[in-house]
Ligand binder design. Structure first.
Ligand SMILES: C[S@@+](CC[C@H](N)C(=O)[O-])C[C@H]1O[C@@H](n2cnc3c(N)ncnc32)[C@H](O)[C@@H]1O
Length: 485
């Protein structure tokens, strides 16, 4: 069923009322696809009947929820945060009365996050002293989490080696976690927007550590604040609440101090009273936590871009450093040599089918889309598949369709704001479009994200490009933008 992207507002209002989720305009077409599929699956002919059906409960909302929830995750995502959890929290974890240390991963998607914590807890000698709960709205994600079997995309960072060593390969590209980790993590369906706080297995007390990372950015401001308050109320005294480093701030939370750390803004439950804030000595400056890059809105609390009135500079040529980097990310496949040169000669999305080497942009289903048409066809079935959005962004850039590439990069950043290569690509296309302010913010986003990775860390979404190289390339672009303004 094909529907115009305005017609489904009543449906999305019901989704927001039930889940708290909101969707920006940049994703409307993809949401419309998901709604159209769900209407067809429900066997009704008219969108209005579908809306009435989901409102009354006669038609289940779950198929649509499964289609529109963004379940992007991987092992040891945002490694700086795991360093904080290990060194500052687990290393000194002394839960009262010998009870287990209670951890809740709220919005855990397919389970990589709670399993990373289970591995970390074992590294800190707390294997049998942690009660780890993973919850999510998506039943399909939880079913996959319980299986504990993951493909390569989940192990895309060097830190994931720590998990891989506890896995058995099945010979078909899937790695299965050792059963002891599967036994240590409990999974439960839970709607953060309207369900009561879940109860830790060990007793009815509160949680010592709650992770709610890369979830609340998909909610509206009011919902985010309300959920932040509820999460804070679920903390034991001295307990920690850790949002994603790129998540919008939750604001002051009752009975909590806000602590700016090198791993972003985190919260800690105090014995009560007014919210406080504290600057961790390891953090560079208090503003750091607010310097988040939001690809959709101007960020008034962030640093001003060095432009007041962006001068329209149209420059389709990447700087040398960027070109060299991109060459490494997407080298020209041999079989494509001699093909029509793209506008960005160094930005190439994927090897053609049949190439012997591994694809440079892994895509859902294990194979990169060969053409834009392939990718778009795939997205009609899986409108929120991040790897395919990445491939589309690169294909559009390669074809010099910069405005569409920028829009696609913004979609990608909505799906995963922690992907440095998406920020960098948005920087390049914005620069090519003569939008230096946007380019500047995107390059800064790339630099900031890379700062939490080791220099030689392979960048997620690329094969072999290193965090240090992207940092240098993005810095060179920033310098260039500042000198040409
Ligand atoms: C991008 S994933 C984040 C996974 C993991 N926390 C991480 O940072 O890698 C966002 C998850 O939030 C879940 N989610 C969205 N709305 C939710 C809600 N109302 N209640 C619980 N989970 C929700 C989605 O199903 C999805 O699995």
């Amino acid at each position: 069923m094909s529907i115009s992207d305005q017609d489904f507002d009543p449906v999305m209002d019901i989704v927001t009322a039930r889940t708290g989720l909101t969707f920006p305009a940049v994703l409307r077409a993809h949401v419309a696809t998901a709604v159209g599929q769900s209407v067809a699956q429900a066997g009704v002919l008219r969108l209005q009947d579908y809306a009435v059906g989901i409102a009354s409960g006669a038609i289940p909302l779950d198929p649509l929820i499964e289609r529109i929830t963004i379940k992007e995750t991987y092992f040891f995502r945002e490694p700086e945060q795991y360093r904080l959890i290990g060194d500052e929290i687990l290393a000194v974890a002394r839960p009262a009365g010998g009870r287990p240390f209670r951890i809740w991963c709220a919005g855990c998607a397919t389970g990589e996050e709670p399993y990373s914590l289970a591995v970390l807890a074992e590294e800190f000698g707390l294997a049998d002293r942690c009660d780890i709960l993973g919850t999510d709205l998506s039943v399909e994600a939880l079913a996959r989490a319980r299986l504990g079997a993951y493909r390569r995309w989940s192990y895309r960072t060097p830190e994931a080696e720590r998990v891989l060593r506890h896995c058995t390969p099945d010979g078909e590209g899937t790695h299965v976690l050792h059963p002891r980790f599967r036994q240590r993590v409990r999974f439960l369906r839970h709607n953060l927007w309207c369900d009561p706080i879940p109860v830790p297995e060990a007793g009815d007390g509160a949680f010592d550590l709650i992770l709610c990372r890369n979830v609340l950015l998909y909610f509206g401001e009011a919902a985010r604040q309300a959920i932040g308050h509820r999460l804070a109320s679920a903390l034991a005294e001295g307990g920690w609440l850790i949002p994603g480093a790129s998540d919008p701030p939750l604001g002051p939370l009752p009975s909590c101090e806000s602590i700016v750390t090198p791993a972003g803004l985190v919260y800690r439950r105090t014995s009560g009273g007014e919210p406080k804030s504290r600057l961790d000595p390891g953090a560079s400056e208090p503003a750091a936590a607010h310097e988040r890059f939001n690809p959709f809105e101007p960020d008034p609390s962030g640093p001003a871009a060095p432009w007041d009135d962006p001068a329209p500079v149209h420059s389709p040529i990447a700087s040398d450093s960027a070109a060299a980097l991109l060459e490494q990310m997407w080298p020209v496949p041999e079989s494509a040599a001699g093909a029509e040169p793209p506008a960005f000669p160094h930005l190439r999305p994927a090897r053609p089918a049949g190439a012997t080497a591994a694809p440079h942009v892994p895509a859902a289903g294990g194979r990169p889309p060969e053409t834009l048409a392939d990718a778009e066809r795939f997205l009609r079935q899986h409108p929120f598949d991040m790897q395919t959005h990445l491939a589309v962004t690169l294909l559009l850039t390669e074809q010099g369709r910069y405005a569409e590439a920028a829009e696609s990069a913004r979609r990608l950043l909505y799906l995963d704001p922690t992907l440095p290569i998406a920020h960098f690509t948005l920087g390049l296309v914005s620069k090519a479009l003569g939008q230096p302010r946007e380019a500047w913010r995107a390059f800064r986003g790339a630099v900031r994200l890379c700062a939490s990775l080791p220099e030689d860390a392979t960048l997620p979404g690329t094969e072999g490009a290193r965090a240090g190289e992207l940092t240098r390339a993005a810095r060179a672009e920033l310098r260039l933008l500042e000198t040409t303004r």
